[in-house]
Design a protein around this ligand. Structure first.
Ligand SMILES: [Ca+2]
Length: 147
């Protein structure tokens, strides 16, 4: 019985695929997938944003927003506008299920972030970026990383 319970526990862990990235690990991934300088936004802006949105946690799901929508993954992508969480109205701008943003493969998260930043409001879509990163010296966010 104990063995079964442990196996089930491990299975649940692996299905959930939760991952907290290291700063430089995430920076390398974002660069690899073309975010460094994408739409004029520096890699440090993206790292600063991801930190303040999710603390680099791939499985992060935010508490409901005032409109009932929720935010998903390292970039806390919103279900009202960008992904479908099967709970209410969505523009689903990235044509994807929100659950795709909570596993440890962030390729699709990155692609959706590109779509978000091409929208007229740009990086202002991320409240954490506006509050913590916009107009600041962001050199710390990529310091010490071999990129
Ligand atoms: Ca993903």
């Amino acid at each position: 019985m104990k063995v079964v319970a442990l196996t089930l526990f491990c299975l649940l862990i692996s299905v959930n695929e939760a991952k907290v990235f290291e700063k430089c690990e995430l920076a390398a991934l974002l660069k690899q997938h073309g975010l460094d300088g994408y739409h004029g936004i520096s890699l440090a802006d993206w790292i600063c944003t991801a930190y303040h949105e999710s603390k680099y946690e791939s499985s992060a799901v935010g508490p409901p927003n005032t409109d009932g929508s929720q935010d998903y993954g390292v970039f806390q992508i919103n279900s009202r506008y960008w992904c479908d969480n099967q709970q209410g109205e969505t523009a689903n701008g990235c044509r994807i299920s929100c659950s795709a943003f909570t596993n440890d493969d962030i390729t699709d998260d990155i692609e959706c972030a590109k779509t978000v930043v091409r929208d007229p409001q740009g990086m202002d879509a991320w409240v954490a970026w506006k509050n913590h990163c916009k107009g600041k010296d962001l050199s710390e966010w990529t310091a010490g990383c071999s990129l």
